[in-house]
Design a protein around this ligand. Sequence first.
Ligand code: FUL
Length: 448
Amino acid sequence: MDFKNFLKNAAQVKPSENQLRHLRETPFYAFVHFSPNTYTNLEWGDGTEDPAIFNPTELDCDQWAKAIKDAGMTGMVLTAKHHDGFCLWQTKYTEHSMKNSPYKNGKGDIVKEASEACKKYGLKFGFYLSPWDRNSKYYGTDEYNTYYKNQLTELLTNYGEIFYVWFDGACGEGPNGKKQVYDFEGYIELIKKYQPQANIFHDGGTIRWCGNEAGKAPFAQWAVVPMELCPMNEPQTNGALMDGSLEFLYNTDITIGSLQQIMYSKGLVFAPAETDMSIRPGWFYHENEEPHSLERLFNTYLRTVGNNSTFNLNIPPMPNGKFDPKDLERLHELGELIRTEFNENLAEGISFETLSGYGETQPEYVLKLNEKETIKYIEIAERISEGQRVESFVVFFKNKDNLWEEAEKSTTIGSRKILKINPIETDAIKIRITSSRDVPIIEWIKAY
Ligand code: FUL
C-alpha cells in the first residue's frame, strides 16, 4: 500500500454510535468504589470478609448523585462487585452479598438505590463487575463463567438503562489457588443482547484503558489505534504500511495511535481512551487520606475531556455510606471552576472561515470575534463521526499591531481539544493545521 492511501484509510476509521455518544455526551463521569474494603481499610479484599461488616447505616445515594452532578459529571459507575466477591445487590447466586449484611436486615440493594438516585438526578448509570472473584468457589473452573454471566444478566436486566459496563482486566488466583480463563466474548454478547446502547470498558470493548491509574493522559491522544491493542475489535482497515510486528504493544505505551506505530499495524480500530483516577490516593475510602488538589483535578479534566479522552473520577463513600464532606467540597469547587471557566463561549453564533492555507490537508481557520476579548482557552472539535485526522496545529491571534502572532502549538484534536493559553486580548484567532491524515473536518471552534 502506498503511504497516501494508508493515511487516508486511517483517517476513515469511524466510531460506532455508542462510542460517539460516549465521547460527546458523557465525557466526564464518576466511579464509586464501595465494598467490604471500605470497612477493612484495604484496597483489595481476599474474599474471606464477613458480610456482616458491610453496614452503611446512613447510606445516601441521593447525596452521591447530587455531588456528582454538582461536579459537572453526567454518569455514575458503581462497583457492584469488587475482587473480594461481595455483591452490592440482591443476587440469587451467592450468599456473599447484601443478603448477609445487617443493612436493611439483609434486604438492602445498593445497585437499586444508586441507579434510582441517578435517574432522579438525571445521571446515566453503569456498573463495574470484577471478573476476578476471590470468594466464589467456582472461580478457576468453567462454572465460574456461568456464575459470572448469571450475575451480569441480573445487573443488565433489573436496574433500568445501563450506559456503561466496566470490565477490570485483573486476573489473580481465587480461593482454590486457580486462575480463571474469562469468557469475555460471552460477557460482551450479553451486554449486546440486553443493553445494546451500553459502552464497554475492556480491550475487546468500545472504550480502552489509558494505561495508568493516575489520570495521566498522553498529549497526543488517538482514538484510532492498532487492532493488536484491542484484539476483539473488528479492524476497519486492512494491511500494514511496513513489515513488522506490534506484539509488544500495551496500553501503557504513550505513542499509541501515532503514525510511527500504526504503520506496523495489520488493521486499525476505533477505540477511544478512558482516563481513570481516584479523587484520593486509594480507590476505596481511607480516613487518613485527603482529596487531591483542585488544580490537579482541573488539569486532569483539561488533559482528558479536553483531549479526546473520557474522564472517570472515583469518589469513595465512607463506611456510613456517605461521601466525605472534604470530597463534597472538592467536587463542588471543581464543578464551579468548570462552570466559571467555560461559562461563555465568546464566539457563540460566529462561524469560522476556512482558508486554503498551504494545501488540502493544511487549511487555516479564522474566527473573528465581535469585539476585543480576553481569551484563556480555545476549544476545537473535529467532526469525530467522520474519523480522527488532525496530527498537529498552531494557534495564532491578531495582536495590537494587527499581525498574526503565535499563541500555542499542539498535537491531535479528535472529539474535543481544550487548549489553555496565556490570556490574550484579541478580536481574531487563526488555527493553522500543520499536518493531517486527510482533509480535516472541524465541527466547532470556541473561545473562552
Ligand atoms: C483495578 C483494581 O484492581 C482496582 O482495585 C480498581 O478497582 C481499579 C479501577 O481497577 O484494576
